[in-house]
Design a protein around this ligand. Structure first.
Ligand SMILES: Nc1ncnc2c1ncn2[C@@H]1O[C@H](COP(=O)(O)OP(=O)(O)OP(=O)(O)O)[C@@H](O)[C@H]1O
Ligand SMILES: [Mg+2]
Length: 278
């Protein structure tokens, strides 16, 4: 990539950090003229002959909120690994919009192009405040002292405030992240992802360990985030999946078993047999 030198070079030049140290996705960079933002077609991934993904085809619309469910080992996390470039498919194609072939991009390029992922395990810095965690997420240069000693522009401050409002943590902004509840940490993590301006957000099991109240707020949050960006949620908690009322895809043995509304998939014979009937 032509600008790959930007990530690691800013040491003390704080003016430049402000200029280049932000992930932004230029609007229109992802060609969504056909409404679809993510294409997986006939994607196969084998581990020692075992097909974790088996000719998986999946299409996500621009702005869509999609839930992916399925039994353990169905290939849900592997699907996210393929989209984010962590795992290379043996065959099949993976496209971001009409033009970007994700199988030819590395993890860093894919993240920069606008595909963000939230892992299950929180990566917040516990001794830093909520605000600082968001600030750090905005910078490409992850060295804490470099990022925190750069002066924030008014615009950057506004962006952080905007994300604080979105994730409902404005009144926690000055608290150390380590003091947040489990649910709040998860929201902060989502906020850190938002700081990078993704067009597609992949979220793996967001409500594991949350209280019912936290789950309700997470459902509201993820619903509110769709539209401006696409959100793909992998989750086992059926009550939660129902509450966000989006299109549901059921994966089984590495391919799509069923797709539709929650009611449709819950009444699908094959789905009951392999998953929900357990
Ligand atoms: N790096 C790897 N090496 C070998 N096998 C793997 C690897 N990653 C995944 N697998 C296998 O591929 C299959 C799909 O795993 P994956 O993690 O994608 O399932 P999942 O749908 O996310 O399951 P869960 O609901 O338990 O998270 C599993 O049988 C798993 O053991
Ligand atoms: Mg998984």
């Amino acid at each position: 990539m032509s600008d790959s030198t930007q990530a690691g070079e800013s040491i003390v030049d704080s003016d430049r950090i402000g200029e280049v140290g932000i992930h932004t996705v230029e609007p229109g960079k992802v060609d969504v003229s056909h409404k679809t933002i993510l294409y997986l077609e006939d994607v196969t991934v084998s581990f020692d002959g075992f097909k974790a993904l088996n000719k998986l085809s999946l299409y996500i619309d621009d702005g869509e909120l999609r839930c992916i469910i399925g039994p353990n080992g169905a290939g849900k996390t592997t699907m996210m690994d393929v989209v984010t470039g962590k795992t290379r498919p043996d065959s099949g194609s993976v496209f971001f919009g009409q033009t970007m072939d994700l199988t030819e991009m590395d993890e860093y390029e894919i993240a920069r192009a606008g595909i963000g992922r939230k892992f299950q395990k929180p990566t917040v810095l516990p001794e830093h405040t909520v605000f600082e965690n968001l600030e750090l997420a905005m910078h490409t240069d992850k060295r804490v002292w470099t990022s925190l000693f750069s002066r924030l522009s008014g615009e950057q401050r506004d962006r952080i405030d905007g994300v604080l409002d979105t994730i409902g943590l404005r009144d926690q902004a000055r608290r150390a992240a380590g003091l947040l509840s489990h649910g709040q940490k998860q929201w902060l993590e989502i906020g850190m992802l938002l700081m990078q301006g993704p067009r597609v957000m992949l979220v793996d099991e967001p409500v594991a360990g949350m209280t019912h109240q936290e789950m309700d707020r997470t459902a509201e949050l993820l619903t509110s985030l769709a539209g401006e960006r696409s959100v793909i949620v992998v989750e086992h908690d059926m009550e939660f999946v129902r509450s966000i009322a989006s299109k549901v895809t059921v994966l089984h043995e590495g391919s799509v078993l069923a797709e539709g509304t929650m009611d449709e998939v819950q009444n699908n014979k094959k789905v009951i047999e392999v998953y929900l009937g357990e």
